[in-house]
Design a protein around this ligand. Structure first.
Ligand code: WT7
Length: 651
């Protein structure tokens, strides 16, 4: 008998590692935390030793706040670590990627094939004039050539800067110009829900205002006609296949730039986050194997993010390949051609580890459990979540309807800036609480502090800070060291401020509360948007919710809620009252939303983060701020007109 949601969500209910899972897990006890605490540098040095180095480092960590260097003096190559060494060890025939195209075409790419393709592409980049240290921009959909492009750049020491294929010409232009890239790798188009996203058209608009770009390498995928500039544009299929598969990997300094990635940023101008080679690869590979309990010979791993985000860089490309993982790579969306596409793919490839985002999980909840129920998901043994706080209801739904009540759920907290996972369970050792990211990983220092930077102790809530350098930390903001200091290191002396609120419960478990800009002040009480949203979603009629604090003459701020209902529920005034009372009962009357608007959709960034500042603009009847990073700008316009119509009624 499957358990009821109520019993899974019961106060104090915890989830120790399932016996079967633990029997075969890489880490089964908590000693590792103490060991790493006693000798943090020794711990990371051991993790680094799992990689292949051309030259050994002489110093593990050099720390001159806020700048850090890891594995100083060491030399290595990321693409060599992801490819050559596995082929040399006899694993050339292991599948690196099972690629599933959106229209249904597929490709199976082994490690030795991937090495050949990457080497050819690396030689092609050299033929286009790319030298060590030159930046290369990449603007592609989720095709195998996207990871190949990252690895080819890494192979020749040219830092890459990937721009998510859904971004506009302006976003692409600004990122290319900031990086001063010499070459752009793009495609004719990308598939999305059966339609062509015209990448080349968009790239051409961008590149018209990018004087640094000398060549544009164009992959054919969607096969429509594209605009062409002779002398600048080069077809992939004309240049790459004729190249040699011999391309010696460039020995890179541990601290050489591996890539730039611009933060998706729900607020200010995008920042070019800098990641270097040795420390980054060390932490992404260690976390990938230990957090996902990876068994390289047996697992089929699927991170359903886009390579355009840091999640894809670290946990589709560098971590999994460094660990000789067999991965699934999927080009399309979860609802094409139907709402069971992901589950069909899990069934087909017998996926064992699935890593996705709460926004996706809440969408699956909205669609209903009948979609996953149609498919055999019994191969799954571990589930992961990233990107936002996962509310307990979504966690439990994921546990039950996707994991069949047998798979640990690892909620992984990290950021583009941290490069790799920081706060999360070790699934064979940690007892889980739904909605908690649990504890900082071994070797990671995190604390929760008050306004003055003093630890609030346990239990307690405040600002999340990181107290020690970590190998995959950002090394700066490209071209703007001052902004780096100011943004991350100026708020609390000697500590990295992540921008997130967090609390620890009496057992010391971390509960992430979202960005501190998302804290509301109602009648003198600090209330986090995440808490109210979680309370709303714990009502059976609600699939997803966003709340903002709107300026209010009486209470300072009043809570405005925007709610998506689960299929089968209808908006009504009675439901508004019921939801307000439900929040009142869950958190306290102070947290009751003043207004609730039912909506079909919420304004989100392309990576699925709710843009609350736009909802705030809506609720305060301001002109909408910058909407260029929205996945679908029409959503917020629709919400605005309905909000204004309803405001008169509910106020
Ligand atoms: C911000 C970083 C990390 C890759 C994807 C996002 C939020 C991320 C969690 C989590 C609560 C989370 C934080 C963080 N966030 N993961 N498990 N629980 N919040 O990368 O775009 O740089 O965003 O995402 O607010 O600061 P990003």
């Amino acid at each position: 008998m499957p358990e009821t949601i109520e019993s899974l969500l019961a106060e104090g209910r915890t989830f120790p590692p399932p016996k079967d899972f633990k029997a075969d897990a890489l880490v089964v006890d908590a000693e590792i935390y103490d060991e790493a605490d006693t000798d943090t540098e020794g711990f990371w040095a051991q993790a680094a030793a799992a990689l292949d180095w051309f030259e050994e480092w002489h110093t593990v960590c050099e720390w001159d706040l806020p700048f850090a260097k890891w594995f100083v003096g060491g030399k290595l190559n990321a693409s060599y670590n992801c490819l050559d060494r596995h082929v040399a060890a006899g694993h050339g025939d292991q599948v690196a990627y099972h690629w599933e195209g959106e229209p249904g075409d597929t490709r199976t790419i082994t490690y030795s094939q991937l090495l050949d393709e990457v080497s050819r592409l690396a030689n092609a980049l050299k033929a286009l004039g790319v030298e060590k240290g030159d930046r290369v921009n990449i603007y592609l959909g989720m095709v195998p050539e996207l990871p190949m492009a990252l690895l080819a750049c890494a192979r020749i020491g040219a830092p890459h800067s990937v721009v998510f294929g859904g971004f506009s010409a302006d976003s692409l232009r600004d990122r290319i110009n900031d990086a001063q890239a010499k070459v752009l790798i793009t495609g004719d188009g990308a598939w999305r829900r059966g339609a062509v996203v015209p990448l080349k058209d968009t790239a051409d608009v961008a590149v018209a205002e990018c004087p640094s770009i000398e060549k544009v390498l164009v992959l054919r995928r969607t096969e429509q006609d594209v605009p062409w500039t002779d002398g600048r544009d080069v077809w992939w299929h004309d240049l790459v296949p004729e190249q040699s598969t011999e391309c010696p990997p460039e020995p890179m300094d541990a601290e050489d730039l591996l890539y730039l990635l611009y933060t998706s940023g729900t607020t200010a101008k995008p920042k070019g986050i800098m990641h270097t080679t040795g420390g980054y690869l060390t932490q992404v590979s260690w976390t990938h194997s230990h957090v996902f309990d990876l068994h390289s010979d047996n697992d089929v791993y699927w991170c359903a993010a886009d390579v355009g985000w840091v999640t894809g860089h670290s946990y589709i490309v560098y971590g999994p390949l460094a660990n000789r993982t067999t991965s699934v790579l999927y080009e399309g969306t979860p609802d094409f051609p139907d709402k069971d596409r992901l589950w069909q793919i899990v069934e087909k490839y017998k996926v064992t580890i699935l890593y996705t985002a709460p926004t996706a999980i809440r969408t699956f909840m909205k669609w209903g459990p009948e979609w996953p129920e149609k498919r055999d998901l019994s191969s799954l043994r571990l589930l992961g979540s990233v990107g936002e706080p996962i509310n307990p209801e979504a966690w439990v739904w994921y546990w039950q309807h996707i994991g069949g009540g047998r798979c640990p759920v690892v909620d992984t907290w990290w950021q583009t800036e941290t490069g790799a996972i920081m706060i999360t369970p070790l699934p064979g050792a940690t007892t889980l609480k739904p909605g908690s990211a649990t504890f900082p990983l071994p070797g990671i220092g995190a604390d929760v502090v008050d306004d003055a930077g003093n630890s609030v102790g346990i239990p307690g809530g405040g600002y999340l800070v990181l107290t020690r350098p970590w190998p995959s930390m950002l090394r700066g903001i490209w071209g703007d060291p001052e902004r780096y200091k100011e943004t991350y290191w100026s708020r609390f002396d000697g500590k990295y401020f992540a921008g997130d609120g967090a609390k620890r419960d009496a057992d010391g478990y971390f509960w992430l509360l979202g960005r501190v800009d998302d804290v509301m002040l109602v009648s003198g009480h600090n209330i986090s948007t995440a808490e109210v949203e979680s309370a709303l979603v714990s009502h059976p009629a609600v699939a997803e919710a966003a709340v903002v604090g709107k300026t209010d003459a009486t209470t300072g701020q009043a809570i405005a809620a925007f709610v998506i209902l689960r299929s089968g529920n209808e908006p009504s005034d009675a439901l508004v009252d019921e939801l307000r009372d439900h929040v009142g009962d869950t958190i306290g009357p102070i947290a009751k939303p003043k207004s609730i608007l039912f909506t079909e959709d919420l304004p989100k960034t392309r990576s699925g983060k709710i843009m609350r500042r736009l909802l705030k603009d809506v609720s305060e009847d301001h002109a909408l701020g910058d909407t260029t990073t929205l996945a679908d700008p029409s959503v917020v316009e629709g919400i605005k007109s309905r909000y204004l119509a309803q405001a008169t009624e509910q106020d």
